[in-house]
Write a protein that binds this ligand. Structure first.
Ligand SMILES: NC(=O)c1ccc[n+]([C@@H]2O[C@H](COP(=O)([O-])OP(=O)(O)OC[C@H]3O[C@@H](n4cnc5c(N)ncnc54)[C@H](O)[C@@H]3O)[C@@H](O)[C@H]2O)c1
Ligand SMILES: [Fe+2]
Length: 349
């Protein structure tokens, strides 16, 4: 018998090429704050959203950096307040979307950022919020989570149902120009979300399992295709959907040790989030194998439909093939992180 569980699906979803053209109908009247980053804006990825909002007062905040700082969130709140924002749009990878979530909440509630770190601390209202991913990775458009860098090195999370967006819009055209290294890193991040949701001891349930399995199937099948040809729209669409489904899964069955070890790597060494996950994946899978091996076996055919058996060996060989095929560095020494850095971590805390 299945244990009792609760499941939240998250924002309403619309997926279509050019879906940004429909943005205005998802927002209330009044000024809009569009949160993005300079690269996303320079590549013209905001153009569709801005065209859809023509005639309205729009403040564009494009100063979000990768692994955004708490100060960036506060700067975006100031920009939104100055523009009289009545709603917020986050357009970009996980970094702008996470900032947009927090800004919508802080503007709507009047709370202080320092008061809402942790789980279920943000209980107030937020402004209407639409999220539009341009990477197929974090699934942030689906999740009630925002991660910011506090001080020089520490990553802190805000996790609260208040951060679920009203709408998530998936437009694969926005992801076509993502370079191969970023495509690989963000794609592995999404796969890790699905694997960790499926193997999470805490809160794993039949719905998160189904979503995680389908997410992995879509990602494993299509990540090699988008790495071979970044302009393969169908494959980009499949990775974007896979990343979204993984986001819905891990919103309910949380990520675990791969992410727990990836966050300090990102905080201390500014390794992109997806790459830090790729670096931690194999060692954590091997460490957890005695407890999670049977679940790994169940995922083998999602990763490799040609696998004839659902075995741990088939799972690990598919993971190895995907990681090797990603072209990402897979050892800390490959990105010049010396062993001494690991050894002194406990002493620094
Ligand atoms: N909220 C969540 O549930 C959640 C989950 C996982 C990770 N995160 C957070 O998300 C952040 C990482 O997000 P990310 O991996 O999407 O990267 P990102 O948002 O930091 O973007 C990385 C780079 O990619 C560029 N970029 C984005 N889309 C592009 C496109 N279509 N074409 C060309 N360049 C593009 C950006 O300009 C930027 O330079 C981290 O801060 C991480 O902690 C959040
Ligand atoms: Fe992640």
């Amino acid at each position: 018998m299945t244990a009792a569980f609760t499941f939240t699906y998250g924002p309403r979803l619309r997926s279509a090429a050019g879906v940004c053209a429909q943005l205005a109908e998802m927002l209330p009247p009044g000024p809009v704050l569009l949160v993005t980053d300079a690269g996303v804006r320079r590549f013209g990825l905001c153009d569709g959203a801005l065209a859809a909002l023509a005639g309205r007062s729009v403040t564009v905040f494009d100063a979000v950096e990768a692994d955004p700082s708490a100060q960036t969130v506060l700067n975006a709140v100031d920009a939104g307040r100055a523009g009289g924002a009545a709603s917020v749009v986050g357009l970009g990878g996980g970094s702008p979307m996470d900032v947009a979530k927090l800004v919508a909440y802080l503007l709507g509630s009047g709370d202080d950022l320092t008061a809402i770190y942790g789980v279920d601390q943000a209980k107030g209202p937020r402004l209407p919020l639409v999220l539009i991913p341009t990477t197929a990775g974090t699934g942030s458009e689906a999740t009630p989570i925002a991660i910011v860098t506090v001080g020089a090195t520490e990553k802190k999370g805000v996790v609260s149902p208040a951060l679920y967006a009203d709408w998530a819009l998936l437009d694969a055209n926005l992801t076509l120009g993502l370079p191969p290294a970023a495509t690989a890193a963000t794609g592995i991040d999404a796969m890790v979300h699905a694997i960790e949701a499926y193997t999470s001891h805490r809160l794993k349930n039949p719905v998160s399992d189904a979503l995680a399995r389908e997410a992995l199937r879509l990602l494993a099948d299509n990540l090699p295709k988008v790495l071979a040809n970044g302009r393969d729209v169908a494959a980009r669409e499949a990775t974007l959907l896979g990343s979204h489904l993984a986001g819905v899964a891990f919103s309910n069955a949380p990520v675990a040790a791969v992410h727990a070890l990836a966050y300090p790597l990102g905080g201390h060494f500014h390794v992109p989030h997806g790459l830090s996950n790729a670096l931690m994946l194999r060692p954590v899978l091997r460490f957890n194998q005695p407890a999670a091996g049977a679940l790994y076996g169940e995922l083998a055919t999602c990763l490799d439909p040609t696998a004839t058996e659902s075995t741990e060996a088939a799972f690990f060989s598919a993971i190895d093939a995907l990681l090797t095929g990603s072209g990402l560095p897979l050892r800390l020494r490959d990105i010049d992180i010396p062993e001494s850095a690991w050894r002194c971590w406990p002493a620094r805390r």
